[in-house]
Ligand binder design. Sequence first.
Ligand SMILES: Cc1cc2nc3c(=O)[nH]c(=O)nc-3n(C[C@H](O)[C@H](O)[C@H](O)COP(=O)(O)OP(=O)(O)OC[C@H]3O[C@@H](n4cnc5c(N)ncnc54)[C@H](O)[C@@H]3O)c2cc1C
Length: 481
Amino acid sequence: MTEASFDFDLIVIGAGYGGFDAAKHASEHGLRVGIVESGEMGGTCVNRGCVPSKALLAASGRVRELADAEHLSSFGIHAAPVRFERRKIAEHANKLVATIRSNLTKTLERAGVTILKGQGRLEGSQKVGLREPSGIDRILTAQDVILATGSDPFVPPGIETDGRTVFTSDEAVNLEWLPRWIAIIGSGYIGLEFADIYTALGCEVTVIEALDRVMPTFDPDITKIAKRHLIEHRDIDARAGVLASKVSPGCPVKVELSDAKSREFVEELEVDAVLVATGRVPRSQELNLESVGVETNRGFIPVDERMQVLVNDEPIQHLWAVGDVTGKLMLAHTAAAQGTVAVDNILGESSKIDYRSIPAATFTHPEISSVGLSEQDAKDLANNEGFDIGCVRSYFKANSKALAELESDGLLKLIFRKDSGEVMGAHIYGLHAADLIQEIANAIARRQSVSQLSKEVHTHPTLSEVVEVAYKQALKQLAKS
Ligand SMILES: Cc1cc2nc3c(=O)[nH]c(=O)nc-3n(C[C@H](O)[C@H](O)[C@H](O)COP(=O)(O)OP(=O)(O)OC[C@H]3O[C@@H](n4cnc5c(N)ncnc54)[C@H](O)[C@@H]3O)c2cc1C
């Protein structure tokens, strides 16, 4: 087939953050692009993820601040008891979702992308089957195809959801009611963000974590300090090493807890609601990947650093995958970055994704963020490659801006190579940690050394000086070695 005889230069299946970015980028570079979407434009992030959850966190964060009489009185402020309307908070999130979804759709239309509503699948190389909502099935051809079908919440066996008393984040973002007592299963970033929202709005929370420590995916030192403030100082009972082995919806919801290792019965809780936040599973089953011989890894589509899909570890021509369906750092900005990389490669540039410099954030109050390697992974790499790593801690309690805000609980941990000074990773807990991490992510992207970074002047008084202090401390360790 010649290029002109294809229906499109590029078909993207899935209009989430990954698909959106890829389609827009390709169209802006002159490709004829079609994007297939079976649900709502914007995917998880816009409709059921980042956007509504951050709107709820913004509103509930205000409530928390205004209700914290002790904190306010330290400034000499005495506020009246805080009142809030759950429905209006939910409306704020819904309106934001509608606005961003509409903006995103218009952006694609303006860029000249053809929006194809329906369910997409592969029908062999360079062919996409489209089942339209009317039931009509068509075959479209494209020079290149990008799979960007995202992920869905994972609900472990034994847990029955009804969407009302036992639900996932898909329903939680609607904030349809405020349970008096809610159990949150999972203490990853989604569980923590909802624990932040619910406790700010007066709910009692029990966090259930199957692994042997709460917040198992975070740096252990960051967890220690974050746990004290985000869990122990709040109306939260956290249980680690226990499994919610059976959850039955109703009034009350019955939660059977068993020991995560022995599987022996521990106790039964009766709560008003349960939020299941136990991770996400890729959405690849309906893609007919067999038609091109792709085998998934537990549903995740294997890709190389150029985002080309792999068959038996070899890239196959004209097929790409981006976003959550690839299982790499499942975040919206990762999906978007992968989308750009895939399109750059389609356009003939040689582009690779750099996962080490992609930051991650949890938007609790205060926030948690990280970028690059964990301390353990950095140590393992150092052992394998024969270099030493250094680790320094910079505390918010020594920062004038944090002290002025009376928000001085916070820690930045910086990991670097002792020989070259290259920054390997950073982990932050504290006020505006999600913004602070970006500076370090940029340094990692450029593989910069603390010798250079420690000379960069930071505005006084700002929280960014916490980063400056860390670079300067790290420099001293270089000089010593
Ligand atoms: C509660 C929550 C909060 C989050 N907060 C953040 C955050 O603060 N920051 C952050 O970076 N990330 C956050 N995330 C993660 C983020 O939402 C995802 O990483 C991101 O949406 C992944 O984008 P994607 O394009 O890969 O997939 P998705 O956004 O899941 O989009 C995939 C799209 O493909 C469509 N689709 C699937 N199969 C087909 C098919 N066969 N045919 C046609 N269409 C199909 C789906 O309908 C969907 O619209 C959050 C997630 C959740 C659940």
